[in-house]
Design a binder for this molecule. Structure first.
Ligand SMILES: CC(C)(COP(=O)(O)OP(=O)(O)OC[C@H]1O[C@@H](n2cnc3c(N)ncnc32)[C@H](O)[C@@H]1OP(=O)(O)O)[C@@H](O)C(=O)NCCC(=O)NCCS
Length: 230
């Protein structure tokens, strides 16, 4: 399992391991800083005795899918599959290397975020749509959502993507640099609240002049085995 980050919810701040095991606040780390640790190791000094055990942000793997879906059902309810964003995700796989989960010290999945390939308008550039972002309600405000967001943004930038769009609460996403400033000429393929349609440019000007309705461009997901048998 590739460990992308080690974070301590007790501090509320994302932390990374320096080669010597010393902690460094994520705000100080360059996006290209090599990810430390192997096999989901925790931040040293924060073990079982800690009431707030450390959590880890890692790349999602196939065995995470059931727990991820259960978390999303619990956090967002069954109507989550009727959102406009879902039209851009349904039947597709996330953008290569851009699906992450947060796991607690016991390996339980406590957070999820994924990014999806979309096109802006009929002939516009490709970009990313982020979501859903969800955290176990029992661990609210422990910094897990922020850690997932920072990793998602850093990895998208590292992989060369130009921008990220999402539909969500501006007061939450503003802290990561998202705003509705660049989405006025863009539209989701279904109902949404315009003030919640947000974007972050990863390279300056990536959304300049972009207009039109978002369309899915992600690789198609293989049909589930039960669907093939039916
Ligand atoms: C939104 C969510 C992902 C935040 O995760 P989290 O791990 O609790 O967030 P963090 O610990 O990183 O940040 C907590 C801070 O964000 C604030 N916050 C949380 N949700 C917020 C919202 N919708 N609007 C504004 N601020 C919000 C908290 O008040 C807290 O503020 P503080 O740091 O000043 O105390 C999580 O609460 C969740 O899963 N909510 C339900 C699903 C959802 O709404 N997803 C986002 C839309 S796709």
């Amino acid at each position: 399992m590739q460990v992308l980050d080690n974070v301590s919810p007790s501090s509320g701040a994302s932390r990374r391991l320096l080669p010597g095991g010393e902690k460094m606040p994520a705000a100080m780390a360059a996006p290209s800083f090599p990810h430390g640790g192997e096999g989901g190791s925790r931040v040293p000094g924060e073990g079982a005795a800690n009431a707030n055990p450390a959590f880890t942000v890692v790349a999602e793997i196939s065995t995470d899918v059931l727990a991820r879906e259960a978390l999303l059902d619990r956090v967002m309810g069954p109507m989550r599959k009727r959102k406009s964003s879902e039209k851009l995700r349904r039947g597709r796989v996330p953008s290569e290397g851009l699906a992450f989960v947060a796991k607690d010290a016991g390996g339980n999945l406590v957070g999820t975020v994924r990014l999806w390939d979309v096109r802006l308008g009929d002939n516009g550039p490709n970009t990313l749509l982020l979501g859903p972002l969800a955290v176990d309600p029992a661990l609210k405000s422990a910094g897990i959502g922020s850690a997932l967001m920072r990793h998602a943004v850093n990895e998208a930038r590292r992989l060369g993507h130009g921008a990220i769009l999402l539909v969500g609460d501006a007061p939450y996403y503003a802290r990561f640099g998202f705003s509705a400033e660049k989405t006025a000429a863009l539209a989701m393929p279904g109902p949404y609240e315009r003030e919640r349609f947000l974007a972050l440019e990863l390279s300056q000007g990536a959304l300049s002049g972009a207009s039109g309705v978002l369309a899915p461009t992600g690789r198609k997901a293989k049909p589930a085995r039960s669907a093939r048998a039916a």
